[in-house]
Design a protein around this ligand. Structure first.
Ligand code: ADP
Ligand code: MG
Ligand code: ZN
Length: 483
């Protein structure tokens, strides 16, 4: 029986959130009334000439540098020729040889192991307009009565990021998509909203017998718009292709469509080869020069990247999972750092923040910076737990009250009478009382039957109004009931 291995490469489109479009000064905001953000350039009226958007080039350079790419000092715009009604020029301005960025890589973490995925290229292009197919086709062109066209999106700067076929599992693919989204968000170059299509994935999948050197024939499933769908699409395709091959068939090089509702991919068309697009250099656009000075200016302005943030938070004591959650939210990360600065253990602060605090902000739909929690207060809380002044359930109550803005942990614990009694004499008095009333239980224990021990602990805790440290109670009771 053949053992199969999957080979996966991902192309990602990211719409940049610049103010204006890629080659004209129309607003790059596709949300307005249809066809209100258009001009002769993005509608391709005769004689209109494109002018590249400097901010968009800055955006792609940020992405390329964050992915450790080489930057081509001179890169070229091409025309990618094809007809589609949402493409007024009948070609898309894109890049082909000499893209802005090449030969990068990204490190992802899968089940605690680091996996390196090569980035083939990061190139600059422009988005198409948007077609809405009206009628019985369920939104698709087949069966539609007519099609509405909105060119507001036509010409919005689009960056395409292409990986090497280095990905081996759907889980790695998902982790790649998630990390890329984090990087883009950290750079602030796009809102990277998967559900709104400002970030979308084309997934290329093939299978081959384990150990084979050559790649199998791939399929490309276009415009997958959630991380979960990326994973499901790939799982489906791997399974489908293996079945085809095991039945003696061949996988066809084709473009496929993922249907979220049925959970299957279906064939859209045989895949076009790049020769089909008759790429040629756009005669309206000069080569794009990126000087070393511009590059280093952008490099020095890059923010801290998510992987670095995670590593830094981990060195402050957060465990891996907490570091990941904290790094995704600059507010949580800031509170965490403040708490550690104020003396909290990173481990404890990370657990509280990513557990109870996140749960509270979700439940109450409030931003964490709008609650009463500060790093100092979190440090105070963790110190009280460590010193045995608060039980873990009391600490939760105190934390909620802090979040609600009721004051500092010390104040709240006192006013709500949640402080644990560590005063041994008070606990011993309670034990005396309980033992006197339960002489038979004590006899049993001394006779070797430990069953009533838990009952005695419960009685002492009750006597203490729940405010004794159960560990102290247990230790004292053990001494007192020893034979
Ligand atoms: P195209 O635009 O024709 O899809 P690209 O070069 O832009 O071509 O992207 C091809 C993508 O497919 C890359 O991510 C690449 O790693 C991936 N790929 C190429 N060959 C295979 C293969 N046999 N199996 C899986 N992925 C592949
Ligand atoms: Mg492709
Ligand atoms: Zn325009």
């Amino acid at each position: 029986m053949t053992v199969w291995e999957a080979v996966i490469g991902i192309e990602t489109h990211v719409e940049l959130s610049t103010e204006s479009k890629m080659f004209c000064s129309c607003p790059a905001d596709a949300e307005g009334e249809p066809n209100t953000a258009c001009c002769p350039v993005c509608l391709a009226l005769p004689g209109a000439l494109p002018v590249p958007n400097g901010k968009a080039i800055e955006g792609i350079l940020k992405i390329g540098l964050a992915l450790d790419c080489d930057i081509n000092e001179s890169s070229i715009f091409y025309r990618k020729n094809y007809f589609y009604p949402d493409l007024p020029k009948n070609y898309q301005i894109s890049q082909y040889t000499f893209p802005v960025c090449e030969h990068g890589h990204i490190e992802i973490d899968v089940d605690g192991a680091s996996v390196r995925i090569g980035i083939t290229r990061v190139h600059m292009e422009e988005d198409t307009g948007k077609s809405t197919h009206v009628g019985d086709g369920d939104g698709r062109i087949h069966g539609a009565d007519h099609t509405l066209l909105d060119f507001n999106r036509a010409g919005i700067p689009l960056v395409e990021i292409v990986t090497e076929p280095d990905i081996r599992t759907s889980q790695e693919a998902r982790a790649y998509g998630a990390e890329l989204q984090r990087i883009v968000l950290a750079l602030g170059v796009s809102d990277a909203k998967l559900e709104a299509g400002s970030m979308r994935f084309d997934v290329n999948v093939s299978v081959r017998p384990v150990g084979a050197k050559e790649l199998g024939t791939r399929t490309e499933t276009k415009n997958v718009n959630s991380l979960r769908s990326v994973q499901r699409t790939i799982d489906y395709e791997i399974d489908r292709q293996i079945k085809v091959l095991e039945a003696g068939g061949e996988v066809r090089l084709e473009t496929r469509h993922w249907n979220e509702n049925t959970g299957v991919t279906t064939s859209m068309r045989t895949k076009e080869e790049s020769e089909d697009y008759r790429y040629f250099q756009d005669p309206d656009l000069l080569p794009l020069e990126v000087t070393p000075a511009w590059q280093s200016e952008i490099r020095s302005g890059l923010p801290e990247l998510p992987a670095i943030t995670r590593a830094r938070l981990a060195t402050l004591g957060a465990d891996m999972i907490a570091a990941g959650v904290l790094a995704d939210s600059s507010d949580l990360a800031a509170l965490f750092e403040e708490a550690v600065e104020a003396g909290a253990s990173g481990r404890a602060a990370g657990i509280w923040l990513t557990g109870e605090v996140v749960a509270y902000t979700r439940r109450s739909d409030v931003a964490v910076l709008e609650t009463g929690l500060t790093g100092g207060r979190l440090a105070e809380l963790t110190a009280m737990v460590e010193a045995g002044k608060l039980s873990s359930s009391a600490a939760k109550k105190v934390l909620i009250a802090v979040l609600e803005g009721e004051g500092s942990p010390e104040e709240i614990a006192e006013s709500k009478e949640l402080l644990q009694v560590s005063d041994i004499t008070a606990i011993e008095a309670a034990i005396d009382h309980v033992l006197a009333e339960n002489a038979d239980a004590v006899d049993k224990i001394r006779g070797g039957d430990m069953k009533p021990f838990g009952f005695l602990v419960g009685q002492v805790m009750r006597q203490m109004g729940g405010r004794a440290d159960p560990k102290v109670v247990r230790d004292l009771l053990t001494d007192r009931t020893a034979g």
